[in-house]
Design a protein around this ligand. Structure first.
Ligand code: PA5
Length: 444
């Protein structure tokens, strides 16, 4: 379950202002619940937790089992943006930090990601790994036409075809039900396919096969993740001032609109949540950053980044507020030992859990940052696990819808992401872009 604590904002905002923003947020909650706002044809994500059929999970598990029978030990997941970050976030958060280096892999293949950049070096090095391993591939693209995953897939597909007799059985495509180059290719080659629902945008798709299949392949309990998301779906459907999504949307918009906070920094004290920050940045950045509006989403990992970004947050331009992901308990235990000589002067910590030091660092940082003029929202879970990650996914998605409506934008479109693509196609001399190519080259 997710809890929200706004006390770290009390000294910055007037109570009456907050109440007014909660009222506004409740109006936006109504728009989202009644499905009569802009972009309302992209609300398929709202009921995924309660409506995902057991048969879909079973289908994902069939792929997992069929690849296990082939002794596949490397799954390459190809996708970018919303077709990448949710799965990456779950795999990073819920897998052993050193899974690929451990001797005992528990029969779980290593999952690596490709198609999320155009780095030749990355692809070459990934293919070095592929050459040593038993490979299968999941290629994900809702549109089926995105360049980065298409380039990666062409390379991986050719590698699989050259190295395996059963190539078609080692490739699964997740794409539109009917259209797009990937769909055409999948039908022609006879790949197993999963569908990205029409009414779910990329950044809201982690609980569709886009996220579910890679998460299942990584050995993660997806039923528990959906159960956590479902609990959140039911909790957030309540129209009340204590609704945590309403509170979060209200406070972040209040800090932005009335107190000049242009940047929200998502803070985690556990490196396993680094990619939760990446997923969250896409969700909020792409949903809110349009029409000249938006709260710039940034993320840091403490205490690591207290030794780099800490200076700016404490003392630089006062443009930000923090949203801290508070994890109450560690899943593992490491106790600091006593040392007779105490040359490192750490005996005052002897007998303490490392997580206790992390908690004190968190509390100390909270007070220091508040003193330095940085309001703090705290979002808590009791520990990192499938259930709570599912809850967080749904919490942030729902709050994003409310928040973007409050900001006055359509949460579900992304008109800005096309601009670079047109230029890239023109410069790559894609057929149909010749004239733009000439114009652009003249400007360079
Ligand atoms: O949220 C979005 O819509 C984008 O980030 C897309 O997910 C991303 O551009 C990938 O698109 P596609 O799945 O069509 O390849």
């Amino acid at each position: 379950m997710v809890n929200i604590d706004l006390k770290g904002c009390n000294s910055f905002v007037k109570d009456a202002d907050y109440k007014a923003y909660v009222e506004k947020a409740l109006t936006c909650f109504d728009v989202l619940e009644q499905e009569n706002g802009e972009g309302n044809d992209f609300l398929g994500w709202k009921h995924l937790p309660s409506e995902t059929p057991e048969s879909l999970i079973a289908e994902c598990e069939e792929v997992r089992d069929s690849w296990k029978a082939k002794n596949v030990d490397l799954v390459i997941v190809i996708g970018i943006g919303g077709s990448y970050l949710g799965a990456r976030c779950a795999v990073e958060a819920l897998s052993h930090s050193f899974a690929s280096q451990l001797k005992n892999k528990n029969g779980v293949p290593e999952v690596v990601f490709a198609g999320n950049s155009l780095s030749e070096e990355y692809l070459a090095e990934m293919m070095d790994l592929a050459a040593e391993r038993n490979v299968a591939c999941v290629v994900i693209s809702k549109s089926g036409t995105t360049t980065e995953p298409a380039v990666a897939f062409r390379i991986v597909k050719q590698f699989i075809e050259e190295n395996y007799q059963d190539a078609a059985e080692r490739i699964v495509a997740i794409t539109d039900a009917k259209k797009g180059a990937l769909k055409t290719l999948a039908v022609q080659e006879g790949y197993k396919t999963f569908v990205v629902p029409d009414n779910v945008g990329g950044r809201f798709s982690v609980l569709t096969p886009v996220g579910l299949l890679p998460i299942v392949l990584a050995g993660i309990d997806v039923r528990s993740m959906l159960a956590g998301a479902k609990e959140m779906e039911l909790a957030l459907a309540k129209r009340e001032e204590s609704n945590p999504a309403v509170q979060y949307a209200a406070m972040r918009n209040l800090l932005h609109s009335e107190y000049d906070k242009s940047t929200e920094v998502l803070v985690s004290y556990n490196p396993k949540f680094m990619y939760l920050g990446e997923w969250w940045k896409q969700l909020y950045g792409e949903s809110e950053g349009k029409d000249g509006k938006g709260i710039f989403p940034a993320s840091v990992n403490f205490t690591t980044d207290l030794h780099s970004m800490g200076q700016f947050i404490q003392d630089g331009a006062r443009i930000m507020f923090e949203t801290v992901l508070n994890i109450e308990k560690s899943n593992r235990s490491v106790v600091i030992g006593s040392d007779e000589q105490n040359l490192d002067c750490l005996n005052y910590l002897a007998g303490q859990h490392v997580e206790h030091c992390n908690a004190m660092a968190q509390l100390g940082t909270k007070l220091a940052h508040i003193d330095g003029g940085v309001p703090q929202i705290v979002i808590s879970i009791d520990r990192i696990n499938e259930f709570n990650l599912g809850s967080l996914f749904y919490f942030f998605e729902f709050a994003c819808g409310v928040s973007a409506y409050l900001l006055g934008v359509n949460p579900f479109n992304q008109p800005g992401v096309e601009a670079y693509k047109k230029n890239m196609f023109a410069l790559l001399q894609k057929p149909g872009y010749e004239e733009q190519g000439k114009e652009l080259r003249a400007r360079l």
